[in-house]
Design a protein around this ligand. Structure first.
Ligand code: AMP
Ligand code: TRP
Length: 345
């Protein structure tokens, strides 16, 4: 059985010396195992290999969440989750986006380089509007703030889920436009960042077989446990093949989830049991439940300990934010200089 993954192949060894990793996580609700396998695991794997800035994007969350208590709680939840899952604050910076207000200043500067028509074509923007969210200006400009997030720390590598590919494309475009518009050709200010998307990261299915997502109400929370977790696992939708009959593991949601937790040998053993017959979906669900408990059990305990000490979490975020902000302020001095924005202090 795998344990929490902490190493991944380094993407471009020759550039490792100059790689700065940046990524953001939305505090928009309870994190689920889709978030973990799609994004968080990659964040954790990279954070100790390169200088890294990870921030909880509470300004971004305001595009859709207007509930003070929920935003605060979600923010602490995300921070505690990262720490519980293995983020080491002595190796990289974890902080609040709103502790570096300079990102909003840089976003303003970037707005002037981005055609509105381009933003209106944003896949994620259109998808959110289709879901019924209000098309406010924040939602439209979301990718520009994301570009500021990345570029203000000189980010060059951005680990994200596959759905973020277009946002990173926009960031690259904005960095190029900025360099082209304001910098001498031989002295560009912004590195052009690369997305780091693991090709073998599957879309994690939810309880109903659709993509696991908060908005579909089909999630398994990262820290679900006990009866509530069992109830969810037992409710995973399967077909009605009887227990004795052979089954195709590749057509089954339970097996798809098992592949996230089990090593190759265990996966093959269970797949063979599916094909042989006499192994029911109930057996598979039991196996999956055990794997989830083993995989996240220790992190769950650490998570509860941390949530009982919010001041400790805030101390870590504060320190991360001081480092992030110092870096951002240095960049902003250069940005103001090359754009001609005078300041008198
Ligand atoms: P969200 O909060 O839905 O925007 O997701 C945050 C991150 O988790 C994104 O980078 C997504 O790619 C990733 N993610 C969310 N749901 C899933 C899923 N079902 N499978 C894989 N990755 C996911
Ligand atoms: N849009 C990202 C998501 O939904 C969150 C995000 C905001 C981000 N700023 C970022 C990701 C900067 C990477 C880098 O997952």
């Amino acid at each position: 059985m795998s344990t929490l993954a902490t190493t991944l192949e380094s993407p471009t060894p020759e550039s490792a010396a100059t790689t700065t990793v940046v990524s953001g996580v939305q505090p928009s609700g309870e994190l689920h195992i889709g978030n973990y396998f799609g994004a968080i695991r990659q964040h954790l794997a990279l954070h100790s290999q390169h200088p890294a800035y990870y921030f909880i994007v509470n300004y971004h969350a305001l595009t859709t969440l207007h509930d003070r208590e929920a935003l605060r709680q979600n923010t602490l939840h995300v921070a505690a989750a990262y720490l519980a899952l293995g983020f080491d604050p002595s190796k990289a910076h974890l902080f609040l986006q709103s502790d570096v207000p300079e990102v909003t200043e840089l976003a303003w500067i970037f707005y002037n380089l981005v055609p509105v028509s381009r933003l209106e074509l944003g896949v994620s923007y259109k998808e959110k509007i289709d879901r019924g969210l209000t098309p406010n200006a924040g939602l439209l400009n979301y990718p520009v703030l994301q570009a500021a997030d990345i570029l203000i720390y000189g980010g060059s590598l951005v680990p994200v889920g596959a759905d973020q590919r277009q946002h990173i494309e926009m960031t690259r475009d904005i960095a190029q436009r900025f360099n082209h518009t304001f910098c001498p050709e031989d002295d560009p200010l912004f590195p052009i960042p690369e997305p780091y998307i693991l090709d073998n990261v599957a879309i994690v299915p939810g309880l109903d077989g659709k993509k696991m997502s908060k908005s579909y109400g089909n999630t398994i929370g990262l820290f679900d446990e006990g009866k509530a977790l069992k109830k969810k696992v037992m409710s995973i939708v399967t077909d009605s093949t009887p227990l004795e009959a052979p089954k195709d593991p590749d057509e089954d949601n339970v097996f798809a989830l098992i592949t996230l937790f089990a090593d190759k040998a265990k996966q093959e053993e269970i797949a063979a049991a599916y094909r042989a017959g006499g192994y029911g979906y109930g057996h598979a669900k039991k196996a999956l439940l055990g794997m989830i408990n083993t995989y996240f059990g220790d992190a769950r305990e650490r998570y509860h300990d941390l949530m009982a000490r919010p001041d400790y979490i805030l101390d870590i975020l504060r320190e991360g934010g001081e480092n992030g902000r110092a870096q951002a302020q240095q960049f902003m001095e250069r940005v103001r200089e090359v754009t001609g924005l005078l300041t008198t202090y």
